[in-house]
Design a protein. Structure first.
Length: 701
């Protein structure tokens, strides 16, 4: 028996981007474990990826091209050959492109975070075709824009320094479920005497294990940050030297935050005055003592109307108290911009120049509306074709009923590249079987640490599955695209993924990376200890001329939610409960939902509800309930618990619709309205009503 160990990397949408060791026996992957030598991974994997072989060899893997034979949404297909599939797609896309290539839309996100299997060959194909461009906003764009306005780039505290912190604020995240290796280091810091505070409307698994949980109302994070700044200024808990040398606009900020008294802040956030004051004082005291005061800001806080400003306000805090001076201080929202990716080499945007004017941009977060729009001078051509890869929009996009209605159009030609027959694949005209991470080559950056990562193919593709890159090569050839870039192999693409002319990645060598598996960027331990921000001024910008030019408030501010009892009392009278739908521990977005062992652990769709809210509606623990608003409804089993604060319900997500009792998930009630900046979705800016289902209906569910 032949046994080998192959170095790989986790491809999923998680900050950790773990280094994997895949055991292969006679061509079969038998085990996936974490690399103990990779500092961020330290030999530990989450329960999902530890079962990656179960996903790769799943009985429901798509292994052959399929053509639809039933109605859209029924999921009825017949097997066809690759030659027939590619010819059919090329003919249909070619005919549409002759009329207007912008009637064709790619739809993708982070089903893989790989730079090769993500947007390299796919980007080249759609640029050369002249298709509409996809504005990829569904996860992090609001917070990214707000953070960049303030700090200049998505660069922050190094994960490897977290265990040295003395205060950690976990703001808008649940790292036990979605950032395991940060949580491991936070626990090490806790054992070293650090205090950990969770700021989250919901008492998550993480919040339960922190020293303190501040359960603010959804969408009020920006207000809490303003209130903290008020206390820091009023009580002179400030690093005057850092402010003078490395920030811009302090005097204007001082005037603005004077309005944000602890009483006003507490009233808006639904917390106590003491919580506002205590949080600010502890944060300032630890930072000014020269100890690590660290904020881990996650994406939950930015999925509301004012989400971009919330990220901006929080990003101002470390500069006020000089927390950036200490390697374990500062803030981490993302490390994405630490990586000097060569996007031009990967996706070749120059190929689009042959079409003249830039292609229109279609926002992935409003795909429900976009698919239903007719042609118009403002919008351009109606969308006649969608090619979906690395995403599952029918399950993950907001206002799901409209998304499904759009994909159900008989005149819409839809191609889906997938591992499994997802909710979106059910609507496809052609389904193409894609390889998993164990079956192809890729290279990765990360957004929670600073290591470049290699993924070697551990096994041969199962069945007739092909890598995304090969699928787009075949389509390019069938459509007569003769440029040399469509002939590049995956290794050649990976070799050009990072810029060799940048000091952080100057020693990047793909062959060496493949052999070792990972390589740290040349990054300082404390990136902004002496300023050097990537803003136009080179300083942390409390006042931003860029924001002013964009028509935004140039100073930190607060924008109330679209949907809350306080900001929209008329809607609140009809739908009095705020709802959020953070990730379930055993799923990752909509990935892993079909892995039986993980779905069995998760059970069924649940709704966590405060005892007083449940009692007012005659709902008992274990009852089936209907959650609804004007956009739609879903069903879930109620768990009566004070983990959900009064006035809030929590539906851990994202379930595939086909695995829910009523064929629906939380996105039935979410909105397509967008954030204040970054054009991102407002998944956690939702009002609903909840009612107990009658016995017959509950039994049927």
């Amino acid at each position: 028996m032949s046994t080998t160990i192959v170095r790989a990397a986790c491809p999923h949408d998680c900050p950790d981007t773990c280094a994997l060791l895949v055991t292969v026996k006679d061509g079969v992957a038998t085990e996936v474990r974490g690399d103990p030598e990779h500092p961020p991974t330290s030999g530990v994997l989450c329960t999902k990826v530890a079962r990656y072989t179960e996903r790769t060899y799943h009985k429901d893997r798509l292994l052959h091209p399929l053509r639809r034979v039933g109605k859209k949404g029924e999921g009825k297909f017949e097997r066809i050959s690759w030659d027939e599939a590619i010819a059919t797609i090329a003919d249909r896309l070619g005919a549409i492109a002759l009329r207007d290539p912008q009637a064709i839309l790619p739809y993708s996100y982070a089903g893989t975070m790989g730079l090769v299997q993500g947007e390299s060959m796919a980007g080249r194909f759609f640029n050369r075709l002249g298709a509409s461009q996809l504005e990829r906003t569904i996860c992090a764009s609001a917070g990214g824009v707000g953070y960049r306005y303030t700090v200049g780039a998505r660069i922050g505290t190094d994960l490897e320094q977290v265990n040295n912190a003395k205060l950690i604020l976990i703001w808008g995240g649940n790292p036990i479920a979605s950032n395991l290796h940060f949580w491991t280091r936070a626990q090490a810091a806790k054992r070293n005497g650090a205090r950990i505070i969770a700021i989250d409307p919901y008492r998550s698994l993480t919040a339960e294990k922190c020293h303190q949980h501040i359960a603010l109302l959804p969408g009020t994070d920006a207000a809490l940050a303003l209130g903290m700044m008020h206390v820091l200024v009023a009580e002179n808990l400030l690093d005057g030297d850092y402010i003078a040398r490395h920030t811009l606009g302090f005097e204007q900020l001082k005037e603005r935050v004077a309005e944000w008294t602890p009483h006003r802040t507490a009233d808006i956030c639904g917390i106590s005055v003491e919580e506002v004051q205590g949080l600010a004082r502890e944060y300032g005291r630890v930072a000014l003592a020269g100890e690590g005061a660290m904020i881990r800001a996650n994406y939950g806080l930015q999925r509301v109307r004012g989400g971009g400003m919330a990220a901006r306000n929080i990003a101002c805090l470390p500069a006020l108290v000089g927390a950036w001076r200490h390697p374990s201080g500062g803030i981490q929202m993302s490390t994405s911009d630490s990586f000097p990716r060569d996007s031009a080499a990967l996706s070749r945007p120059d190929l689009a120049a042959r079409h003249g004017a830039p292609a229109r941009m279609v926002n992935m977060s409003t795909i429900g509306d976009e698919l239903l729009k007719p042609a118009s001078p403002a919008f351009g051509p109606k969308i006649d074709a969608v090619v979906v890869y690395n995403s599952n929009p029918v399950a993950v996009a907001p206002e799901s009923a409209k998304v499904a209605e759009g994909f159900a159009r008989e005149d819409l030609f839809t191609v889906v590249l997938e591992h499994f027959q997802t909710d979106t694949a059910d609507y496809a005209d052609i389904v193409l079987p894609a390889t998993t991470q164990l079956e192809h080559v890729d290279v990765h950056s990360a957004y929670g640490h600073v290591y470049m990562m290699a993924n070697n193919a551990a096994i041969a593709p199962l069945g007739e599955a092909k890598p995304n890159t090969e699928i787009f090569r075949l389509l390019a050839a069938a459509m007569g695209f003769g440029e040399d870039c469509f002939k590049e192999c995956d290794d050649a693409i990976a070799a050009a993924a990072f810029r060799r002319d940048h000091p952080r990645s100057a020693d990047y060598d793909w062959d060496e990376l493949k052999e070792k598996g990972w390589q740290r960027l040349s990054m300082p331990a404390a990136p902004f200890a002496e300023g050097g921000f990537a803003t136009p001024s080179g300083k942390c910008e409390f006042y931003s001329e860029q924001m002013k030019a964009a028509g935004l408030d140039p100073l930190p501010a607060y924008t109330p939610p679209y949907e809350s009892v306080a900001s929209n009392p008329q809607l609140g009278a009809k739908y009095p409960l705020a709802m959020i739908s953070p990730p379930a521990r055993n799923f990752l977005n909509s990935s892993f939902v079909n892995v039986q062992s993980l779905r069995d652990t998760e059970g069924e769709p649940h709704l966590d509800m405060h005892p007083d809210d449940a009692a007012a509606r005659g709902i008992a623990d274990g009852d089936m309930a209907r959650i609804f608003n004007d956009r739609g409804s879903m069903q879930a089993r109620v768990r009566v618990t004070d983990k959900a604060r009064l006035g809030l319900v929590v539906g851990l997500s994202i379930w595939w619709k086909k695995f829910a009792a009523d064929g629906k998930n939380a996105n039935e009630v979410t909105s397509q309205r967008l954030t204040d900046m970054g054009n991102a979705p407002t998944f956690y800016d939702v009002l609903v009503q909840v009612e107990r289902m009658a016995g017959d209906a509950a039994a049927a569910a």
